[in-house]
Design a protein around this ligand. Structure first.
Ligand SMILES: *Cc1c(COP(=O)(O)O)cnc(C)c1O
Length: 392
């Protein structure tokens, strides 16, 4: 097993090693995290709406735990399919204005399981270069051809579609909001291409669910495009503050997945307490519009503060604010310096992002105050100067 040490050494030399650090949350303060003895403003969580500690969610989870037990005991096709699952899926289909919905254990399993169930050998998947790893893995599992197009480059996609006209099934997959860049996919144009070339279209709303649309349905709804997307995917682990994921679409799609999707068939159903928590979070996501308004205000403030400081940040209007510093070591030093100032904002490095685009990925939450964000922006500015990321 010596090869592992050798490889790990090489990764460390390139500032690419990763390690698991313990942190814990602060009861009642979802915007903070504790590392060691230090309380940090948490700017690296995906708890965009600040729901992870909502008392109403905790209450229904506690109740489900006490009445129904810790685990579901079996997969959904055997005896793990509690009534709460059925009710939740009805509510999800209604919310997404789709015929049917299906809950998966998490986003990774939903993406990898669904893509590999929709296509196989002889098919082709067109995937944005910056799509989430769970989609990439789905393509690998499927054994379909992987046609990777340059980020948001529709001409490149068109060329690939042209080159693959003879393939049996065609699937275009994209993040709605890109997870490490915070910018949007060009959904309208993707829909046009999908129609033109007879492809299916799958959109991952992991970072747009809860944030866009009148009731938090996501970016497709915000743009009025929901009916042109064949497979809607979203998670309950980010804006919903809980855990799990969903697929919404036609009744036929859901029937197909129930019969074919291996992560659904061969894995234990989520615990009843999680399903209860998701159901309550869905109600809050739909109704508590002020959280959406607040996160968008917070985003505008923080983005403009960083821009005015002279930083080049990623385009877009999402609460994912990437500050690209380039090399891995600078990104790590930037992140450590922020931590010393009481701010948790992690460095994201390859292979999560392309080579040479290491970054600090700030992600904001509705529970962050203007004061906290201003403080964070000032500290970021100072560190940027110290590390030479910003010119004085
Ligand atoms: C987080 C994320 C996932 C995975 O969701 P989990 O529920 O955390 O497994 C999938 N797609 C995107 C775009 C994500 O950011």
């Amino acid at each position: 097993m010596n090869w592992m040490d050798t490889e790990l050494e090489l990764m460390a030399d390139a500032s690419l090693n990763r390690s698991l650090r313990a942190s814990r949350s602060v009861s009642g303060y979802p915007g903070y995290t504790v590392r060691g003895e230090q309380v940090l403003l948490n700017m690296s969580s995906n708890d965009y709406l600040g729901l992870s500690q909502h008392p109403a969610i905790l209450e229904v989870m506690r109740e489900a735990l006490l009445t129904e037990g810790a685990g579901s005991g079996a997969s959904r096709l055997t005896t793990g399919n509690g009534l709460a699952y059925v009710r939740l899926e009805e509510a999800l289909a209604d919310w997404q204005n789709c015929e049917a919905a299906l809950v998966f254990a998490n986003g990774y399993m939903a993406n990898s399981g669904v893509i590999s169930t929709l296509v196989g050998r002889g098919d082709v998947v067109f995937s944005d270069q910056l799509n989430h790893a769970s989609m990439v893995d789905g393509i690998v599992f499927s054994r379909a051809e992987h046609a990777r197009y340059r980020h948001n480059d529709l001409e490149h996609l068109r060329k690939l579609l042209n080159n693959n006209r003879d393939k049996r099934r065609k699937l275009i997959v994209t993040d709605a909001i890109f997870s490490m860049d915070g910018d949007r996919a060009h959904l309208q144009e993707l829909i046009s291409l999908k129609h033109e070339y007879g492809a299916m279209l799958m959109v991952d709303e992991a970072h747009s669910g809860g944030l866009y649309g009148g009731r938090g349905e996501g970016l497709c709804h915000e743009l009025g495009l929901q009916n042109d997307v064949d497979i809607h995917m979203g998670t309950f682990s980010k804006s919903f503050g809980v855990y799990g994921a969903y697929i919404c679409g036609s009744r036929t799609l859901i029937r197909w997945l129930v019969n074919k999707a291996r992560p659904l068939i061969y894995s234990t159903a989520l615990p009843p307490s999680i399903i209860a928590g998701i159901a309550k979070a869905l109600v809050l996501v739909k109704e508590e519009n002020w959280r959406r308004e607040r996160i968008h205000l917070a985003t505008r403030l923080f983005r403009s503060l960083l821009c005015n400081s002279g930083f080049k940040i990623g385009a877009g209007d999402s609460p994912i604010v990437p500050l690209i510093v380039g090399d891995n070591e600078t990104a790590l030093r930037f992140s450590s310096a922020l931590e010393e100032e009481g701010i948790a904002a992690v460095a994201i490095r390859p292979p999560t992002v392309p080579e040479g685009t290491a970054r600090i990925r700030f992600s904001l939450s509705a529970v962050h105050t203007d004061k906290e964000l201003t403080h964070a922006a000032v500290r970021t500015h100072n560190i940027g100067l110290q590390l030479g990321v910003l010119c004085p």
